[in-house]
Structures are given as C-alpha cells and as structure tokens.
Design a protein around this ligand. Structure first.
Ligand code: PLP
Length: 393
C-alpha cells in the first residue's frame, strides 16, 4: 500500500483545506503541473501542424501522452481521442452517430445530465428514449435493461459509477447483453477511470467517455473518448487537423484520432494529463481503489450512526458518500463546513436532477474521497457533521 502522507506532498493545496470534492474535480500532482510549465517555458508550439522544432517537440509530447493514456485504459492510441471533458466526448457520439427516425436509446435515471441531455435532445430527430430506474441505493438491475430493449434499440448509454451514489454498475455484463441484441454500448466513465481498474478490451464497450480532470488527476479542460470502431463514424465537428486533402467541394478525412480532434486542442492540458496518468499508474489503481473504498465505507458508516444524518447509497461504494443533515439545507451544511473547518465539500443536485428527485430531496451533501485523503480527514468530517446537531435539535 502506498504512503498517503508522501503522496499528499505532491498536492500543496491539501495543506490548506480538507478537500472532499474530488468527484467534481481532483487536484493535480506537482509532476503534472511541472510538465505543463515546461511546455510553456521550453517548447510551446501547435500540434501536428508544423515542421519546425517546437511544433515537432509539441507533437511528440502530445502523442506520447496519448500512448500513455491508451495503454492505461488498455486500448490503442488510434482509438483514444482527446476531448475537453467527458461531456464533449458523449456529445460527439450523440451528434455524430447516424440516427434515423424510429431508433431507440436506453439509458438510466442515474445519469449525470451530460449522459442524459444529449440523448433526450435526439427525440427532436424522432429517436425515442427509455429511462431505466435504479433501486433506492443506486444499483441497476440488468434484467430491467434487457427488458427495455426493443428491435429498434441502437444504443445503451450508462454510467459505470454514479456520481450521486458512488454505486458501481456491472457494465461488462450489460455490454454482453447489449451486444447479444446487436446494440451498441456507451459507458460514462467519468467517475470510474483512475478510481477502479478500467480495461477497455475486457469491457468490450463501443464508446467510453471519461474526464482527464477527475480520477486521472489531469488538469481541467481535458477528457478522453474511446471509440472501438472509429472508421464507422464521421465526427460532427470538422476543421483544422481533421483532413488530409481538400479539393473543390470534396475532402478526405485523416484517420482516427486526428479526424475527431478538430482545431487546436488543449495541448498543455493533454501533456499534463499524460504525466498525471503516469503518476496514477505508479501508485497503482487497485491500491487507490482500496484506499478510497475504505475511506468512504468508514465515512458512510460513521455518518449513518448520527441521528440527525441520512446517508444514501449502497454499502460497496467508490469514494462517494452522499448525505443530508435533517433540518438543514445541503448548501448551508457545505457553507458551514467550509467556514468552520475549511472542508471543501459539494452540495446540490450534482448535475443529476432526476436521480436527486428520486431520493425525494432537492439536494444532497456529497463527500468524495481520492487517493490523497486520509482517515484523519474522515474524522474531521464526521466530527464537524456531528457538531451540526446543535443547530437542528
Ligand atoms: N458523468 C458523470 C458520471 C460525472 O460525474 C460528470 C461530472 O461530474 C460528468 C459526466 C461530466 O464530466 P465533465 O465535467 O468532465 O464533462
């Protein structure tokens, strides 16, 4: 097991606050920040567009990052496309897939708006959408998904880890069921990559979208989209960098990934992401998963022992503990914890209004743990929440 206190030295802000909002975005380790600074100071150029030394160095480093990320997810660089976040990756698929009126999509009530709204909008094109409900702890029964499939179903879009509950869906089995029915699978991996082993070859899904700025510890403005058969899709977004020839009224697209990365990408961000992924790999994803699960299990158990607190989600959760203090609004709880203990914790509907309403509340407080959090921080959280009892009794 790694030394969490040594790891914390790579995240200077953790000396200032108790950071429990890694589900929204994680902190970035010093080696990744230094890689970005090095880009600006030593070789900033554009990617894939020039013969001079800075352009060549930039292109090499950017493509090195792609190889690192592809190997981390166990796939090929040609199927690994850099995006600005998870949302952009999901929208790229929603906007590029050749939908026909009458097509059908299955998704779930658990989804973040980023994996819901792009599908709902397709209703304007005559595509219908079925939303499968989870149980009260945020787990989806695979048989409900299979029952929702029709002859017209083209896609199932599902999150691997719920950002509201921390519950994990068995996306490998869902992929098998979908493929048996000739249906493609898109996995929203925003909360899984970096927090648990993700092996794309083993999962077998058709599309996988994740963030660079969450479990992969990269900077904000980075994301990754995997497409199993990139040659079957033409991106809805074309421009500089995506074509090999243009003549008169016709054009020839570059092969993947270039044809999906129109315009100048977030070059420093991707280079930082590559370094951040190396950092995660060095620590080890199974160790990170174990650490985060232990912290969240402990926090959930101790918070649920408090009479004035309601905790949501399953027992086995990936680093996420949603709760409410009965009698206090979630935003008030978050503000008080910040003001009194410098605890940075998220409150609200977490960009997932349907599933928050399903819990019959309008918001929750969400503690989320990453590789750099400690048992002492769990103590600080639980003690602070315990102290709120005086305000509600
Ligand atoms: N999907 C899930 C499950 C998320 O938790 C989030 C963000 O928290 C997103 C999608 C959107 O991610 P991004 O901000 O990288 O677009």
């Amino acid at each position: 097991m790694y030394d969490v206190y040594a790891v914390r030295e790579d995240f200077p802000v953790l000396k200032e606050v108790v950071y429990l909002d890694s589900t929204a975005t994680t902190q970035t380790p010093i080696p990744a920040v230094e890689a970005m600074v090095e880009y600006f100071y030593k070789y900033a150029g554009n990617h894939g567009r020039g013969a001079h030394r800075l352009a060549r160095e930039t292109t090499n480093r950017y493509e090195d990052a792609r190889e690192t990320v592809a190997s981390f997810l166990n796939t090929e660089p040609s199927k690994t496309i850099f995006m600005k976040n998870t949302t952009e990756g999901i929208n790229l698929i929603a906007n590029s897939y050749p939908w026909e009126a009458g097509d059908h999509i299955v998704t779930t009530l658990l989804e973040h708006h980023s994996n819901l709204l792009p599908w709902l909008r397709l209703q304007k094109k005559g595509v219908s959408v079925t939303i499968v409900n989870p149980d009260s702890r945020g787990r989806i029964d695979n048989s409900l998904i299979e029952n929702a499939f029709t002859e017209k179903t083209k896609l199932i879009a599902i999150t691997q880890v719920s950002n509201v509950f921390g519950s994990v869906q068995d996306v490998k089995s869902i992929t098998k069921i979908a493929h048996r029915n000739g249906i493609k699978v898109l996995i929203d991996g925003a909360q899984s990559a970096g927090h648990m082993p993700v092996n794309l070859k083993d999962l077998g899904c058709d599309f996988f979208a994740t963030a660079g700025h969450k479990g992969l510890l990269g900077p904000q403005g980075t994301g990754v989209l995997y497409i199993k058969e990139p040659e079957t899709l033409e991106s809805a977004s074309l421009g500089g960098g995506t074509v090999s020839a243009v003549s008169g009224l016709t054009y020839v697209l570059e092969p993947s990934p270039a044809c999906f990365e129109a315009g100048t990408p977030n070059i420093p961000g991707v280079i930082g992401l590559g370094k951040a992924v190396e950092y995660v790999e060095k620590i080890g994803v199974p160790e990170i998963e174990k650490h985060e699960m232990e912290l969240s299990r402990e926090a959930a158990k101790r918070l649920s022992e408090l009479e004035h607190v309601e905790v949501y989600g399953p027992e086995e959760r990936v680093g996420i503990v949603p709760f409410n203090v009965i009698g206090l609004h979630a935003h008030d709880v978050a503000l008080i914890l910040d003001q009194t203990r410098k605890i940075c914790i998220r409150s609200g509907h977490h960009c997932a209004i349907p599933i928050t309403r399903f819990l019959k509340v309008d918001s929750t407080v969400r503690a989320s743990f990453a590789l750099y959090n400690t048992r002492e921080e769990v103590d600080i959280l639980v003690n602070a929440v315990e102290g709120l009892k005086a305000l509600v009794s």
